[in-house]
Design a protein around this ligand. Structure first.
Ligand code: NI
Length: 140
């Protein structure tokens, strides 16, 4: 069981009265129960919003271009996500391997999905998604 820590909070009497009213209305057995619930709800909401924020990222892939169907699968997927794929840089590393850097823009959630799909293709040796920090001014 997780360790429970006590902490005290200072509130204006009027705010506490309103909070007690809230606890009664929602049938919380104790203030602690209500505070726990409200904190969890707020944190979940925050992480959900972080997931929806618009970001720019690069996805770096190293793959074996001899692997049958891989190159066309990679291309098909990039066309499926044409709205998110901004640009692609391709470098022929050696006889077998290609390096591809794909610049992506969209919600953090979407980009993780695109990256997961591309990285999980058979023949992809490495995949790294790097999300640029900070808010994009191009968010829609
Ligand atoms: Ni190549």
């Amino acid at each position: 069981m997780a360790q429970v820590v006590r902490f005290s909070v200072s509130l204006e009497a009027e705010l506490l009265e309103q909070f007690d009213g809230y606890c009664r209305a929602h049938r919380y057995p104790t203030r602690s129960e209500a505070v726990r619930h409200l904190i969890r709800e707020k944190l979940t909401q925050e992480s959900w919003q972080a997931d929806e924020r618009q970001v720019t990222a690069t996805l770096t892939l190293v793959y074996d271009h001899h692997r049958s169907q891989l190159v066309s699968r990679l291309l098909d997927l990039q066309h499926d996500y044409a709205e998110q794929v901004v640009s692609t840089l391709h470098v022929h590393l050696d006889h077998d391997r290609c390096l591809e850097v794909i610049v992506l823009r969209g919600s953090a959630r979407q980009l993780r999905r695109v990256a997961d799909e591309l990285q999980s293709l058979k023949g992809v040796h490495q995949g790294h998604l790097v999300v640029a920090s900070g808010e994009s001014p191009h968010g829609s």
